[in-house]
Design a protein around this ligand. Structure first.
Ligand SMILES: O=C(O)CCC(=O)C(=O)O
Ligand SMILES: [Fe+2]
Length: 278
């Protein structure tokens, strides 16, 4: 059943290429170049050759997208967000004024009593574990847990053109001086067995939105070391990037880190967008 673990666009691509009579070798070479691991690619190809049916439809989008031709975007709730910077690959947009100061303060207040030491997903087991690479405290909210959370989720959905139902709950992180989140990918790497249960549940994490809830005096940016890019936290701004390319294949260039806070306190709210309903 490896075929179903592939992004929709790749399922279609695989079917089309098998139908065209392409060789296993040429298909697998291209899949490996796009970040798929050999066992997954081989098994998916075998599924198609055995007549496994594609689960995707050709009209569906593989990932979220932003109307980057505009300098500002009016969201469905009438809130106007400014587009400051964008990059084609990895598909990245830095927005200003996604949240008002009052909304940031309210999010911080809602989270403050619930913060616990942060965890990361254990690659082999797929469970949450504490990790020295992530020195922050955090908590998460269920979708629409509070009216403000609901409003922000609706706003983000219209901003990046991705249904609310395909988003995980918001996650809040608080970093104090020296706090950081070392370089990592947000996607579930198909090479690790622990990833599979997440991918089976709601598909890949196709996009990430990191909203900055506080101004930080020094440090605390979000960097993408593979492309030498860094944004600085600014209260109300948000960094959005797609963790997959236009075909839905994982994009290793999205490696990113929460740079250590030098002075001040950094608060963020992160929204992970999934391929299917979560
Ligand atoms: O703290 C940051 O700037 C990065 C946070 C992050 O990578 C995440 O929440 O997945
Ligand atoms: Fe991340």
């Amino acid at each position: 059943m490896s075929l179903k673990l592939l992004p929709k666009e790749w399922q279609i691509w695989l079917h089309d290429n098998v139908a065209k009579g392409c060789s296993d070798n040429s298909i697998l070479t291209l899949m490996l170049k796009n970040g798929f691991k050999l066992p997954i690619a081989t098994k998916a190809l075998e599924d198609v050759r055995l007549g496994e049916v594609v689960v995707a439809s050709r009209t569906e989008q593989a990932r979220p997208s932003v109307a980057i031709e505009r300098n500002s975007i009016v969201c469905e709730d009438g809130h106007e967000v400014r587009v400051l910077t964008h990059m084609k690959a990895p598909y990245t947009v830095y927005f200003e004024h996604v949240l008002t100061d009052a909304e940031c303060d309210e999010m911080v207040a809602l989270s403050d009593s619930q913060l616990k030491d942060s965890t990361v997903v254990d690659m082999a087991l797929g469970t949450s574990v504490a990790h020295a690479h992530r020195t922050s405290t955090g908590c998460s909210f269920k979708r629409a847990e509070w009216p403000l959370v609901d409003r922000i989720e609706q706003r983000l959905a219209s901003l990046v053109n991705w249904p609310v139902a395909q988003g995980e709950g918001l996650q809040i992180l608080r970093y104090e001086q020296g706090g950081e989140y070392r370089a990592h990918h947000d996607y579930f790497d198909p090479a690790y067995s622990g990833s599979q249960k997440h991918v089976e549940q709601a598909g890949q994490r196709v996009g990430t939105v990191i909203m900055y809830l506080s101004d930080v005096d020094e440090g605390g940016g979000t960097s993408m070391p593979n492309i030498g890019f860094e944004v600085r936290p600014r209260k109300g701004s948000a960094l959005f990037f797609c963790n997959v390319d236009e075909y839905g294949a994982i994009d290793p260039m999205t490696l990113h880190a929460g740079v250590p806070v030098v002075k001040g306190v950094k608060y963020i709210a992160t929204k992970w967008l999934r391929e299917r309903e979560f």
